[in-house]
Ligand binder design. Sequence first.
Ligand code: PNS
Length: 160
Amino acid sequence: MSTAVVVPGSFDPITNGHLDVVERVARRFDHVVVAVLVNPGKHGMFTLEERIDLVETCVDHLDDVEVDAFEGLLVDFCRDRGIGCIAKGLRGVGDFDYELQMARMNTRIGDVETLFLPASPDAVHVSSSLVKEVARLGGTIEHAVPEVVARALHDKLADG
Ligand code: PNS
């Protein structure tokens, strides 16, 4: 039986933490769909196209990983794609409460299970929002995001 998993997120932008989850599930599942949230209500730093481009570049070295966009409920996307499993990284207890609620809700409304992967030691401190804040304030982000993302962040900030 072929198994597939969805790794969802805003990816604004993709970080080493996201990539760590994608790489780890890619070793365990036959197919991985990285699902980028279309969020018309939220103005991120990167447009949907930019977020997708960066994710695609960062997962290019992995076989059987595709990138797709989704709007609305994640469980509807999973149903449309015939996938019953979501994978998420957990950095610590701060993530856990909300992630647990979402996981239970997604099982209840869509019969979709969530697998939590403990963040790798190098990714425990990494989030898209912290990376953006550190970059904005002139700190080093090269340890937290792939090179292409660091460049895109610096370009974005230089453009104002
Ligand atoms: O990278 P993020 O912003 O933490 O990702 C959150 C995401 C996209 C996984 C979550 O907001 C989501 O699943 N949104 C889709 C809407 C939805 O299904 N909401 C109900 C969740 S129980």
